[in-house]
Design a protein around this ligand. Structure first.
Ligand code: C2E
Ligand code: CA
Ligand code: CA
Length: 589
């Protein structure tokens, strides 16, 4: 074997010539060279069948043959095999241009001219086989690449349709499924599930535990096979959608929602840890005019605010969401557009009828929405944290007002103005320092200002709230607990806070003269407050009977429509100058 043939010794070579002498000659030559798989054929009509049975690497093909010429055979093979046609070297005595050209056109790789020069024959065969090998390697690579691309495309297609963590169908599939079911006129209930407590779980136990909990949860929901669940999908990590093919009825919606809540909120065992997820569920039913996206959105709109609850969609929810959104936008511009002002409600001394101070209450008059109640816009401002700037504005206005009143000598040195301080304000770490500084900058004694905070406002971060209140109290500001009796209502914990005033909520006061229990509660609160040396303000006093009872119980100040609603500055100042000693509440008792 020579170096030439060593690489290709196992190449399958087919020699086709109607002259057996030529076939014999070439086969001997090739076998002597070391080629081990050489076959000779003198009948060109058998070539096709042979190629079919086993495709050779190379055919040495005579041109001039009876019944079918080499060129015709070549044409036939090319037609049948296309790119897979074996390499062909044409054997010819004819060397005219036309034949060569035709052979090349039909795909022949090379020519060998009779009579054969052995060295040339071997070299050309070697070259052709080498070229062939290169080509086939390239083709294999191309095939491999193509199959890789196909596989990857298939994977991407799956990925683009599923949540990577739980492998549940994603948003795309959820919408597609709704559209599909709706086109089949199926009735659908869509459950939009907000999973709560996941971040906490991640922070506490690690995000790995959180991921495993989500996967376990997806399995548990999928096991609810008695429910008509058509699809459980992931809208976003902690928002899931369940589609149920069922008639749209409140009873069914409730049944399914409660089952879902039960399963989702049950304790989960993850790596020997017992963890649990909370959930809220909004539900919408299908209707002809809603498309898939709208159905999911309606269910999302219906999400209740409180965990472990469900709520069905109804148009008023959507309307209130819109109103909230529009109010929120309008509120941002309210300060700059001069739409806000303060009213002042007197706090009247039970014994003398003197106005000891006022509570500043915010009012908003918008050109589009008219007068918007603080009960509506304050929660909106609290939800988007705009309350912090709004609260600062209120404080600045209130301080400017006291400065004015003191300058006019309309109020004495003990007169206080109370402002409502929202939880978000108290949670600003530098709130106390800013407030003390602002009061002093205004040239006012700190006792002129009182802050009203609610118990729930303190509960968000008790240590921080404590620090702030202690700084404020140490600087001399008054601190009132607002709406007392509606929150956590523990006088015991209040004794650890530097509180100076308890404001008894209107709900107790309003029922007091008809409800014995409210009366007992109010009197207990006043007693205990006195014990801790807090002063007491009763809110929402509207009736003389309420006033008389409160006076008897030892309440210090009264704030309510009985004496005055929240008032404009000038009217309020007039009442400060006259006091209420001449009103029936005092003259009749
Ligand atoms: P609040 O702090 O409990 O204020 C007392 C509310 O009771 C006021 O409602 C007042 O008008 C009302 N009121 C007073 N006396 C009576 C009465 O005899 N009968 C009845 N039925 N109601 C009475 P308003 O002004 O609508 O304020 C509602 C709430 O909005 C306030 O409740 C307070 O929580 C909040 N708010 C008002 N202004 C501000 C503010 O500047 N900042 C913050 N953070 N909240 C504010
Ligand atoms: Ca208040
Ligand atoms: Ca109050």
């Amino acid at each position: 074997m020579t170096a030439l043939s060593a690489l290709f010794s196992s190449a399958d070579i087919l020699v086709v010539d109607d002259n057996p002498v030529n076939v014999e000659l070439l086969m001997d030559l090739l076998e002597d060279e070391g080629y081990s798989t050489v076959e000779g054929m003198t009948d060109p009509l058998q070539v096709e069948a042979r190629v079919h049975k086993k495709r050779p690497d190379l055919i040495l093909l005579d041109i001039r043959m009876p019944r079918i010429s080499g060129l015709e055979l070549l044409e036939l093979l090319t037609k049948q095999w296309g790119e897979q046609t074996p390499a062909v070297i044409v054997l010819t005595a004819q060397i005219d241009e036309a034949t060569r050209h035709q052979a090349l056109q039909l795909g022949a790789q090379d020519f060998l001219t009779k009579p054969f020069n052995h060295i040339e024959v071997l070299q050309r065969i070697h070259n052709t086989l080498q070229l062939q090998r290169l080509l086939s390697e390239r083709m294999k690579k191309a095939d491999l690449l193509e199959s890789l691309v196909t596989e990857r495309t298939r994977e991407l297609k799956i990925l683009s349709r599923q949540d990577p963590l739980t492998t549940l169908p994603n948003r795309h599939v959820i919408l597609e499924t709704i559209t599909q079911l709706r086109s089949e006129e199926k009735e659908l209930l869509t459950f939009f599930i907000a999973l709560e407590g996941l971040d906490e779980m991640g922070r506490l136990h690690g995000y790995d535990i959180m991921d495993q909990a989500l996967c376990a949860l997806s399995v548990h929901v999928q096991q609810l096979t008695d429910l008509p669940i058509r699809l459980l999908g992931v809208w976003s990590t902690d928002k899931w959608v369940v589609l149920c093919e069922s008639i749209v009825s409140d009873e069914l919606a409730e049944q399914i929602a409660l089952r879902l809540l039960g399963v989702i909120q049950a304790p989960l065992n993850v790596q020997q840890l017992s963890v649990h997820v909370r959930a809220r569920i909004g539900v919408s039913g299908s209707s002809a005019e809603r498309n898939a996206e709208q159905m999911v959105r309606m269910a999302a709109v219906a999400l209740p605010a409180v965990d472990s609850q469900w709520q069905g969609y109804d148009q008023t929810l959507e309307n209130s969401l819109w109103r909230k959104n529009q109010l929120s936008d309008a509120l941002y511009a309210a300060i700059d557009n001069n739409e806000l002002h303060l009213l002042y409600q007197p706090k009247v001394d039970v014994l003398t009828g003197a106005v000891r101070g006022v509570e500043a209450l915010l009012r908003w008059d918008n050109p589009v929405f008219g007068r918007v109640s603080p009960a509506e816009f304050i929660p909106i401002a609290e939800a988007n944290c705009f309350i912090v700037s709004l609260g600062k504005w209120v404080i600045q206005q209130a301080l400017a007002a006291i400065v004015r009143w003191r300058a006019q000598q309309a109020v004495d040195d003990h007169f206080t103005v109370a402002v409502n301080v929202a939880s978000a304000q108290l949670m600003e770490p530098d709130f106390a320092a800013w407030l003390i500084d602002t009061v002093q900058q205004a040239g006012l004694p700190t006792h002129a200002l009182e802050v009203e905070v609610t118990e729930s406002g303190l509960m968000q971060d008790i240590p921080l709230a404590m620090r702030q209140l202690h700084s404020l109290a140490a600087a001399g500001l008054g601190i009132a607990i607002d709406d007392f009796g509606t929150g956590y209502s523990s006088l015991a914990y209040l004794k650890n806070l530097p509180v100076s005033v308890i404001k008894i909520d209107r709900t107790f006061v309003s029922e007091m003269h008809t409800n014995a229990q409210d009366q007992r509660l109010t009197s207990t609160v006043i007693d205990m407050a006195r014990h801790f040396q807090f002063s007491t303000v009763a809110e929402g006093v509207e009736e003389i009977e309420q006033f008389k009872l409160l006076k008897m119980m030892g309440c210090d100040l009264i704030q309510g429509f009985l004496f005055a609603p929240p008032l404009k500055e000038n009217i309020m100042l007039q009442l400060v100058s006259t006091g209420f000693a001449d009103t029936p509440a005092f003259t009749e008792s």
